[in-house]
Ligand binder design. Structure first.
Ligand code: ZN
Length: 127
């Protein structure tokens, strides 16, 4: 009799650790929450700076070249993931901008030179 009780308690413990499909679903929902999101601040800063840098470099600004510049720059940069609060994202970004802007600018400039020297677009898009 006491033996049976012991077994029962053990299986209860195991069951409480394993997530039910329903719990898993609600956890996924939590991760796609709108208030808090995970973003790579370096990527956002780089994206913001691509048009300005390409302008300064006097190069082709077609969407293929712009994407290539961003991709090359991001591969050379560290990633910085942070949890953002939807209401405070702007303030958080300003803080990280100071920290990463110089690195981002150098990476973008090198990427622009690479793309300018050997553009990978099929046909130049003028206009
Ligand atoms: Zn181009």
């Amino acid at each position: 009799m006491s033996n049976e009780n012991g077994i029962e308690k053990q299986s209860e413990k195991t069951a409480s650790i394993k997530l039910s499909p329903r719990q898993e679903r609600s956890l996924k929902k939590v991760l796609s929450n709108q208030k808090y999101r995970v973003i790579n601040v370096v990527e956002i800063i780089a994206r913001d700076n691509v048009p300005g840098m390409m302008d300064r470099m006097d190069m082709c600004t077609c969407s293929k070249c712009a994407c290539d510049v961003l991709a090359i720059a991001l591969n050379a940069l560290p990633t910085k993931y942070v949890t953002t609060d939807a209401g405070k994202q702007y303030i958080q970004l300003q803080t990280y901008k100071k920290q990463f802007e110089t690195d981002v600018e150098i990476a973008l400039m090198r990427a622009c030179l690479t793309v300018k020297e050997a553009p990978n677009h099929d046909e130049p898009e003028n206009g």
